[in-house]
Write a protein that binds this ligand. Structure first.
Ligand SMILES: Cc1cc2nc3c(=O)[nH]c(=O)nc-3n(C[C@H](O)[C@H](O)[C@H](O)COP(=O)(O)OP(=O)(O)OC[C@H]3O[C@@H](n4cnc5c(N)ncnc54)[C@H](O)[C@@H]3O)c2cc1C
Length: 448
């Protein structure tokens, strides 16, 4: 029999391995594995587990109507494969090849070795065909995007099922209850949800897409918010590209949607050229910071460092899993600049809390030099960013009474002002270390 192994490709349409598995015509077992090696390697968080579970439920519902079972194991794929191979004999595995973390590379090597020893053919395909080395990547990408999206004929699958007893026997970890409890702070996973977000964006929300760029308040509604659906494969970039072209053809927001297509291009360009798959995560440093530094690092993690825009960004990320790129860069630059000894830990923290965590994109940005000083000055960022006042008031309720001139720099409050605005520095809101407070040139206009 053959195996179809789902990873970060939790959809049925535009799924090359699924199509290849159907073409092969052999009995097919459909598998997803919550893999302990990946859950425990540092970048994973229950919010990802829940998103995956929701996606699997969505897929199962569609497959069930064709009499096909999606088997969810709670063990490493290699352990599952070994057992299934011993009991049933596996001919071929169809999957995409997931990349971008050291643990993934190691896992893939171990699977490859096992397949080689046991004459199993692992067809691990790439989402885009063989990439050209030439400079004309854009042309190649557009050609790839215009290829037909294949909706698989599920009735051609010859499904195999294994018993629940077999699945349980093989599962070595429990599924946390919280995976099953919906959390409305986060986008819900699954191809059906993804399609709803895509349609509402193309037909309605894109109206203010251009204004939403760099605007943390507007972007919650008017950015596409498709990144988790792309990261976990609920939709392929090709599906989105084609839906977008169609919407442009129908006359929906051409300027905004062209800009959106440029973002999609950037996504694939980073994934498939700049960081073509090698693992780029950092190893945790052996260095142990002193207790005070450790405490400050914990404050950064919890959104209680004392810089309002940094704290609001962190709290927003922790609570919703989403941030605009500019604020992700802000958090990253504070981590790199102020907490170099905790960089690997801090990166894992950011990755765990980004619902759309995609290792190649994330570590691409991590590897970029923080070129511009503007990111190193959270006060100037806060003063310059549109809607930052709304954003700060939403995420820092303890500062809600402050007028804008203090909201960006609460440490300027005198004692009498602290009483007036009910903000007590050091107790209701922290003060950052003095030497970290940037000296800002304040224009009269900004003070009002
Ligand atoms: C430090 C840092 C870390 C990041 N980590 C991730 C990550 O782990 N996963 C992730 O999906 N994105 C990451 N990004 C890129 C970007 O922040 C998100 O893709 C974007 O905020 C998602 O919002 P959206 O779907 O509304 O984007 P839209 O603006 O609507 O764009 C549409 C799609 O294009 C892609 N895209 C948008 N902006 C970028 C960008 N700057 N770079 C590359 N692709 C982009 C995304 O797939 C996005 O869904 C990171 C950016 C920075 C600066």
């Amino acid at each position: 029999m053959n195996i179809l192994w789902f990873q970060r490709d939790l959809r049925l349409a535009d799924h090359a391995p699924l199509q290849a598995a159907i073409e092969a015509g052999q009995p097919l077992l459909l598998i997803y594995c919550y893999e302990p090696i990946m859950l425990n390697e540092g970048h994973f968080n229950p919010r990802h587990g829940r998103f995956i579970m929701e996606s699997l439920q969505d897929l199962s519902n569609v497959l069930k109507s064709s009499g096909i079972v999606l088997h969810v194991f709670r063990n490493d794929f290699l352990a599952v494969l070994q057992k299934i191979h011993r009991r049933y004999g596996v001919g071929c595995i169809f999957s995409y090849r997931e990349k971008g973390l050291k643990a993934l590379e190691k896992r893939n090597e171990a699977i490859e070795a096992f397949c080689h020893e046991n004459e199993i053919d692992w067809q691990a395909s790439e989402p885009l065909e063989e990439l050209p080395t030439s400079a004309n990547w854009k042309k190649f990408w557009q050609k790839e995007m215009k290829k037909k999206v294949i909706t698989p004929d599920l009735s051609r699958i010859k499904p195999i099922s294994v018993s629940i007893g077999f699945i349980e026997e093989l599962s070595i970890i429990d599924t946390p209850d919280q995976y099953y409890i919906p959390d409305f702070h986060f986008q819900r996973g699954g191809p059906e949800q993804a399609q709803d977000w895509l349609n509402s964006f193309l037909k309605i929300r894109a109206v203010q897409y251009l204004e939403a760029d760099n605007n943390p308040y507007l972007s919650r509604y008017n950015a596409s918010r498709l990144s988790p659906y792309i990261a976990w494969g609920n939709l392929s970039v090709r599906q989105i590209f084609q839906a977008c072209q169609q919407a442009i053809g129908e006359g929906f927001y051409p300027n905004a949607l062209k800009d959106f297509l440029a973002h999609l291009y950037k996504h694939d360009h980073i994934l498939f050229t700049t960081h073509q798959g090698f693992a780029c995560d950092l190893l945790p440093s052996e260095h142990v910071g002193n207790e005070d530094r450790e405490k400050l690092f914990e404050c950064w993690k919890k959104g209680r460092l004392g810089f309002p825009l940094v704290d609001a960004s962190m709290r927003c990320l922790l609570e919703t899993g989403y941030l605009i790129p500019r604020l992700r860069l802000l958090l990253l630059s504070v981590l790199k600049q102020r907490f170099p000894e905790f960089e690997a830990k801090g990166l894992c923290w950011l990755a765990q809390h980004s619902l759309d965590f995609e290792p190649r994109l994330f570590y691409y940005y991590v590897s970029q030099p923080i070129a511009s000083r503007k990111y190193l000055n959270p006060v100037r960022e806060s003063q310059k960013m549109e809607s930052s006042i709304h954003f700060l008031r939403i995420w820092l309720p303890e500062l809600v009474n402050l007028p804008p001139r203090f909201l960006h720099e609460p440490w300027r409050l005198r004692r009498s002002e602290q009483n007036r605005y009910a903000v007590w520095l050091g107790s209701s809101y922290p003060v950052p270390p003095k030497e970290w407070i940037p000296r800002t040139i304040r224009k009269k206009k900004q003070l009002t």
